[in-house]
Design a protein around this ligand. Sequence first.
Ligand code: FAD
Ligand code: SF4
Length: 548
Amino acid sequence: MPRRPPSPVLEASEQAGGWSALLRTRIDGPVRRLVVIFGDQLASDSPALEGIDPTRDVVLMMEVVGESTHVPSHRQRTVLFLAAMRHHAVTLHTRGVRVRYVTLDDVNSTGSIDGEVRRAALLLRPERIVLVEPGEHRLLAIARGWASTLGIPVDVLEDSHFLTTHARFASWANGRRDLVMEFFYRDQRKRLDVLMERGKPVGGEWNLDKLNRLPFGKLGPKPPPPLPLRFRPDEITSEVMRLVERVLPDLPGSAETFDWPVTREDALGALRDFITNRLALFGPYEDAMWTDEPFLYHSLLSAPLNLKLLSPRECIDAAVHAYEEGRAPLQSVEGFVRQICGWREFIRGVYWLEGSEYQDRNWLGHRGSLPGFYWNGDTDMACMRHCIEQVLSRGFGHHIQRLMVTGNFALLAGVHPKAVSDWYLGMYVDAIDWVTLPNTLGMSQHADGTEDRGPVVGTKPYISSGQYISRMSNYCGGCRFDPGARSGDDACPFTVLFWEFLDRHRDRLGANRRMGMMLRNLDRIAPKELAQIRVSASRIKERYGVDE
Ligand code: FAD
Ligand code: SF4
């Protein structure tokens, strides 16, 4: 059997000296502009840094306990944010920018962003506060409030990281009853001139998704996928790891395997590594899952993208370039481009368009509790155990694990969508409200509908019985349940709950033409067996603690 080479390791650049110098720098007021930079705003070309005057302006960066505890944030997610922030602060400091940096263990810390901006404003007496729009309605409301609570003008700048402005997305959405990602994506391809040839999509088709659903078959991925480039924690990151352990010992997950990119240089290395070693097979196996293979051919770029260490355009260009040079097939490159300039931008557009009350939607009326095993992986369902243990140890799961395993189970079982969204928001390294919420509440839980319009992100619920999981992974081979069985002691919980879900929501889903085939299959189940399925479903929910 071919042996897999070990993960290549990129040695982190040593910036520890710069970090201590930064902490020693004394900053006095009054200042002209207080430039607030949040942990997911680490672009070196951020609009907030434009025209920054090192003598008159000050950057404020804050590590605050409240941001890791308002939903319990995985250790790796917390370390990632703080380590990337510290490296960014050092880079700014080295460029001569004055940075006021509040550490997690600052004895005078108020523990909240609001409190820290107030503290800095009192000390530095800025004429204005400047920031790029945060990735969260909650933080935007807090920031807008500073003008009245502190009596200082606040400039909230549009985030130039994204390819689509709010105005452009709103104008695309205007007048459309349904927001269908595929049409948005085609417009993006044309507008941004990505994989286009004389006004037509390269290769003749817009979307090659139908080629991208291969399972691995019984033997699994052969040869094993190359392990991704790792980023050994340097002194700054190691110090953050110790700090998080000391100040926030109760956070979920483990930081032991932490090796995410935390600098722009690391992030560029991660992009090159993906394009060279995994992009070619990204497309065909995009939906496949395999035990002990958390990454397969995925890019792992969501975290550096969301922290703004990479720009979406450079990721797209790198993939298209690989196609043009014959290093990756169109089905992989189109698939990757669709995720970045289609899904990612669409999801963000929906988040801001739908407004802050979007988070309270619950179109299917689900009220169940999130089972306890989501926090420790202790369950007899092998697929759930594998995916959750992976999240606990890595802070990561790929798209189909999130959508068709952990998300699918919560949806079928009727867990409250807010409980599901909060879990995703805390547990994944790439989680930020603008991207997590529409993916979870919308795509995964089909909860984002309003009575007059129906769901926004998904044209139908992403649900499946155990048979889909069995086809796309090897999880079922090591499970005590039978994915094909919907009755009896060994009936797969996914399969039982799948039919019960369709039965329970038949009226609501009946109006959706895309659900026709599933509902016709439901109608073929004899009334006696359906009654048995209802009983089994309620026992399963009780056993796993999905109390309504
Ligand atoms: P790849 O599979 O290599 O895809 C390439 C890139 O495309 C990703 O890095 C990401 O930037 C982008 N992308 C792909 N799909 C989406 C999508 N649906 N929405 C936005 N961007 C997308 N993504 C996040 O970045 N943060 C989240 O908190 C998040 N939560 C999710 C929750 C659920 C329930 C689901 C179903 C999906 C979620 N996603 C989220 C989308 C997607 O699963 C991740 O972006 C992806 O798995 C990250 O791994 P990767 O970088 O290897 O992505
Ligand atoms: Fe998951 Fe069902 Fe397969 Fe077990 S049999 S791994 S519960 S899908």
